[in-house]
Design a protein around this ligand. Structure first.
Ligand code: NAD
Ligand code: TYD
Length: 358
């Protein structure tokens, strides 16, 4: 049995970046599924972190939120020791390609130096444990860009990151791999395609389009809109990570994808049609009238597609949500949670928006 397969409860799990989009969905998933586990969230609450995402968990006895930076070594050491952490699920990152183009510094600090700090702290702490695991949540963007006729990325596809974001994630993946090979630290890397679903920060494609449709604002589609992404419903991602934590093999990499390749323009059209159907009194209808082609993103990767056969055949995971079902749920979520996203359209957000789009 591999070192991470403890098959015993309770775990003491540290979830970094647990106030962000995927992290908070994962925290809810984990707390519901493993109510006896001790769950600690470490999150710096950057612009992308939102404590409202975890509001319903604050009263739980075995849940603790720590506001702090993954690069703060004394703090990380203290949490690992005090909470007897045996499992780290590492989500914390700067995650938006467009922001990495405007200012790469934070990406280097958090994604590379921050991951290095966590690895070093876990290396020191690990000998105090019988078993443990460092799960590093990464992206398919480390593999670069595909042409239309290329086969989907597998775990052995060569790394070819094209943006400061993907380069910083690639760098952290290499560190994680090296800590397994050099120090025998039990690590696993997952490389995942584009996620969508509840709690997604407004600046990413799907929430941005949903919110702009509701506000009657233009829908900015980069370039010719023919770029392809492979969309994965965030709860399918959470179940994949759960599977990997319980059944994955140390030192391995697993790709996670939704088998849902869609061109950006087709996706935006689907969102417009869903909003036309589900939202009462849209400011502009049909919503497709809001679609506006804008200047392309520099170095914009043309296509991502993920082959997740390894995770499916070796560990028995399968995505369960089609893009049609997932988008319908997501549109409903943004319709029903206006108070969640309205407060995020802050001055900082407006300033960012102007820099990218105007
Ligand atoms: P997000 O930007 O929504 O959330 C990131 C979280 O990390 C925020 O809560 C933020 O406050 C926190 N954080 C940032 N810097 C920190 C620091 N120095 N110390 C502590 N906390 C810090 O990101 P997300 O979309 O939820 O992505 C989570 C992880 O999944 C990232 O590692 C990302 O690279 C990876 N990933 C995301 C996608 C996607 O489609 N969103 C796809 C593949 C992989
Ligand atoms: P995004 O959600 O930023 O994810 P990533 O760049 O990590 O794939 O963007 C998804 C796709 O949508 C990507 O091809 C860029 C495109 N896009 C637009 O066309 N307009 C937008 O306003 C945004 C944010 C993204």
């Amino acid at each position: 049995m591999s070192p991470n397969n403890q098959n015993k409860s309770p775990r003491h799990i540290l979830i970094t970046g647990g106030a962000g989009f995927i992290g908070s969905n994962f925290v809810h998933h984990w707390c519901n599924k493993y109510p006896d586990d001790q769950v600690i969230v470490l999150d710096a609450l950057t612009y992308a972190g939102n404590l409202n995402n975890l509001a319903s968990l604050q009263e739980r006895k075995n849940f603790r939120f720590v506001k702090g930076n993954i690069g703060d070594r004394p703090l990380v050491d203290q949490i690992l020791a005090e909470e007897k952490i045996d499992t780290i699920a590492h989500f914390a990152a700067e995650s938006h390609v467009d922001r990495s183009i405007l200012g790469p510094d934070a990406f280097i600090q958090t994604n590379i130096i921050g991951t290095f700090t966590l690895l070093e702290a876990f290396r020191k702490h690990y000998p105090t444990l019988e078993k443990g695991l460092f799960l590093h949540v990464s992206t398919d963007e480390v593999y670069g860009s595909l042409n239309p006729e290329d086969a989907a990325f597998t775990e052995t596809t060569a790394y070819a990151p094209n943006s400061p974001y993907s380069a910083s994630k690639a760098s952290s993946d290499h560190l994680v791999r090296a800590y397994f090979h050099t120090y025998n630290l039990p690590t696993i890397i997952t490389n995942c395609s584009n996620n969508y679903g509840p709690y997604h920060f407004p600046e990413k494609l799907i929430p941005l389009m949903c919110i702009n449709i509701l506000l009657g604002k233009p829908l900015p589609v980069y370039g010719d809109g023919q770029n392809v992404r492979d969309w994965l419903y965030v709860l399918d991602h959470c179940s994949a990570l759960d599977t990997v934590i319980n059944l994955g093999k140390s030192g391995e990499t697993y790709n996670v994808g939704g088998n849902n390749e869609v061109k950006n323009i087709d996706l935006v059209n689907m969102l417009c049609d869903l909003m036309d159907e589900l939202a009462p009194n849209l400011p502009v209808q049909p919503a497709r009238e809001l679609i506006t082609f804008v200047k392309d993103r520099p170095g914009h990767d043309r296509r991502y597609a993920i082959n997740s056969n390894k995770l499916q055949s070796e560990l028995g995971w399968n995505p369960t949500v089609t893009v049609e079902e997932g988008l319908r749920e997501t549109v409903k979520w943004y319709l029903n949670n206006r108070q969640w996203w309205e407060v995020l359209l802050s001055e900082e957000y407006q300033a960012y928006y102007q820099k990218v789009y105007e």
